[in-house]
Write a protein that binds this ligand. Structure first.
Ligand SMILES: Cc1cc2nc3c(=O)[nH]c(=O)nc-3n(C[C@H](O)[C@H](O)[C@H](O)COP(=O)(O)OP(=O)(O)OC[C@H]3O[C@@H](n4cnc5c(N)ncnc54)[C@H](O)[C@@H]3O)c2cc1C
Length: 315
């Protein structure tokens, strides 16, 4: 194997976590690359970020672009591919040495002394009849991506978190009527977003309300609530949370918690020496752009420390 083809630190993902890790790793002189399907990640789906320290407000796509640009300014490459498998190169390395990793995509194989898994999450589905059938025909998981198609229409947002609140606030910029359906009796939004939500006359929050079925012929036309009430509706924005994309890590033996999140310690290490985790895919309860970035730069630093005292072998 050509040693010049071996990365010190291969980052799977190029969201807030992956891009931050790439910038830091480059400053620590680690030979790194980001391998990612969607550069920028989840933050690109929100119109307004007001809690990135040092920037009072910025759009999600602009924040992602600036993080990626920062990494690119240190010449960290972005490999636009999906990682299909991470394997240990040596099952049982001799005592005192650690195995490197083989990272496979559809058309390439990469070798890495350490790997950061920063694969984020995928949208959870609501599970109502009609949701799958009418996906992209009025059912959406991203108001910033699809909201513009429903200008002047009646729409609803399903969910109770800060993300759901922001989806409703954004849709109220386009639509005369936005329902927010909350399963419980509380919206858990940050205070400024809660205020915007409550003060917006176009938004009607319905507590203890769940959609029983989404109805429509080729496009969303109505929703039927569990109470039996039917409401005319042209779009349903589902914001009921995210599930971690941790299967890749689990397959190489990384330990997950009961929510299938990667367990990391305060050094962003997993149970496998040389594999680190950061961002929404991990078991930290508070998941934000800045917390993912912090875990990621921590991973870069401890990967650097690990490499300075570990002999990594590939055969
Ligand atoms: C509507 C909404 C609003 C939000 N607003 C805010 C906010 O105002 N402030 C805030 O701090 N946070 C906000 N968040 C949360 C924030 O977006 C996330 O915490 C953050 O983006 C997570 O970053 P990440 O890098 O961990 O994961 P992601 O951004 O999800 O990035 C994951 C990366 O991994 C890649 N990937 C996944 N699997 C593979 C694979 N097999 N092979 C290759 N690449 C792969 C993806 O393509 C992507 O590049 C919001 C979230 C939503 C949904």
């Amino acid at each position: 194997m050509e040693t010049q083809n071996i990365y010190d630190f291969l980052i799977v993902g190029a969201g807030c976590a992956g891009a931050s890790a790439a910038m830091y790793a480059a400053r620590l002189n680690l030979k790194s690359a980001m391998v990612a399907l969607l550069p920028g990640g989840l933050i690109t789906t929100t119109h307004l970020v007001e809690n990135w320290p040092g920037i009072k407000n910025i759009s999600g796509p602009d924040l992602a672009t600036s993080l990626l640009d920062h990494a690119f300014s240190y010449n960290v490459p972005l490999i636009n591919e999906t990682v299909l498998e991470i394997q240990k190169a040596v099952a049982s390395p001799v005592e005192g040495k650690q195995s490197g990793f083989i990272v496979k995509t559809k058309s390439n194989t990469y070798y890495a002394k350490t790997v950061l898994v920063a694969t984020g999450s995928e949208w959870k589905k609501m599970g109502a009849p009609g949701e799958n059938e009418l996906a992209n025909k009025g059912v959406s998981y991203c108001a910033l991506c699809d909201g513009g198609f429903y200008k002047g229409k009646t729409v609803c947002v399903v969910g109770s978190g800060d993300s759901a609140a922001k989806e409703a606030i954004l849709m109220a910029e386009f639509c005369p009527k936005v329902y927010m359906f909350v399963r419980g009796d509380k919206v858990k939004a940050e205070a400024p977003n809660m205020k915007r939500l409550l003060e917006n006359p176009k938004i009607e929050i319905r507590y203890q309300t769940e959609i029983a079925e989404i109805l429509g012929n080729g496009k969303v036309e109505k929703v039927k609530l569990k109470s039996g009430e039917e409401l005319d509706m042209q779009a349903v924005f589902v914001a009921v949370g995210h599930a971690p994309l941790s299967a890749l890590a689990a397959a190489v033996g990384v330990e997950l918690n009961e929510k299938k999140e990667i367990k990391i310690n305060r050094q962003s290490e997993t149970n496998i020496p040389g594999i680190f985790g950061a961002g929404d895919v991990c078991d930290t309860k508070f998941k934000q752009a800045i917390t993912g970035a912090a875990e990621a730069v921590t991973a870069s630093f401890f990967a650097y420390e690990y490499l300075s005292k570990t002999e990594v072998v590939f055969e």
